[in-house]
Design a protein around this ligand. Structure first.
Ligand SMILES: [Zn+2]
Length: 121
């Protein structure tokens, strides 16, 4: 399949040649074309699809069971989340199989699939 982003695309408003840019949406890199004249942006359809999948997943509220295993408790992470993370990580680098966990505040436990935890909002 040919990527339309590889072609030269002119802005339909002002006729200027668009430039390739990357937009960061919720930590997601979305390729886009931007018109230097009017600033209009066209998002890459494949990236946009991935982003929408992420938003769907983000808005879902998963209920998982807490089970006691020896002296610890275990939770199961829904497959959709792992599959999404694996796919997402592979774009950048291999997925870190170690998961980082921290108690953010009473009542809120956070899991990190990546090492750099600093950028969490
Ligand atoms: Zn334009």
């Amino acid at each position: 399949m040919e990527d339309m982003f590889e072609n030269e695309i002119l802005c339909n408003k002002c006729g200027k040649k668009t430039e390739k840019v990357t937009i960061l949406k919720d930590g997601f890199k979305v390729r886009a074309l931007e018109c230097p004249g009017c600033g209009k942006k066209w998002l890459h359809p494949l990236d946009l699809k991935e982003y929408q999948d992420f938003i769907t997943l983000k808005n879902r509220d998963f209920q998982v069971k807490l089970r006691m295993v020896g002296n610890s408790f275990s939770v199961t992470i829904p497959r959709e989340i792992i599959e999404f993370e694996e796919k997402f990580r592979q774009i950048e680098k291999e997925m870190d199989k170690m998961i980082h966990m921290s108690l953010q505040e009473p009542g809120k436990l956070t899991l990190f699939f990546k090492k750099d935890r600093g950028k969490e909002k």
